[in-house]
Design a protein around this ligand. Sequence first.
Ligand SMILES: Cc1cc2nc3c(=O)[nH]c(=O)nc-3n(C[C@H](O)[C@H](O)[C@H](O)COP(=O)(O)O)c2cc1C
Length: 206
Amino acid sequence: MKLLYIKGSPRGRKSKSGHVAESFLDSYRANHPEAEIDILDLWDESLPEFDGDKVAAKMTFFGEGTLEGTQKAVWEQIVTITKRFASADDYLFTVPMWNFGIPYRLKWYIDIIMQPGLLFQFDPENGYTGLLEGKRATVIFTSGGYVPGISESFGVDHHSTYFNAWLRSIGISDIIIVRYQPTLITADPIAGQIAAQKEAAYAGRA
Ligand SMILES: Cc1cc2nc3c(=O)[nH]c(=O)nc-3n(C[C@H](O)[C@H](O)[C@H](O)COP(=O)(O)O)c2cc1C
């Protein structure tokens, strides 16, 4: 049993989503003492550029060229990173809203691992089929001012909508969502944090 915790915030001890994640982890550790916990801090991890060679390697699976030479070598690198991701049974993600979307290093990581034959397959009749099976994810979403349903002048959600759609596209549909929103434009941020921590601790029991 392995949990992969992917940190989307660079804010260390100041991260609100990080505090909520700690509540999940405390309860997960207590309930799954045997589980291995792999922590992937996207802001410490050196991510390879997803550049021309890597894009070309990906496109060979859609009929553009053949996987050989430099592209074959970079593909091996992608496979290694993706296998670390795919090897988990459970996932914990912290996902702050940044400019209505997700932090760029999280998107970068998704661009690296979102590979045909590894996480998904695609066909023109049925679209995406996720290749991961039997996995569970808990996702902690934070935002400073945005809350679901708020007027568009406070932003729009390309954040949880995108991230949840991505999870489903790779086969993860058992998703627990914990929202700590808003973290900043609220008279009582502590109440919001406590409520989110309770939800996260409950999720960690499963
Ligand atoms: C670069 C950046 C962009 C942000 N964009 C938004 C935004 O579009 N909407 C919003 O409500 N909050 C936005 N925020 C506020 C964060 O979502 C908020 O501070 C949240 O608590 C961050 O999570 P963290 O504390 O775990 O880092 C932004 C913060 C940063 C640093």
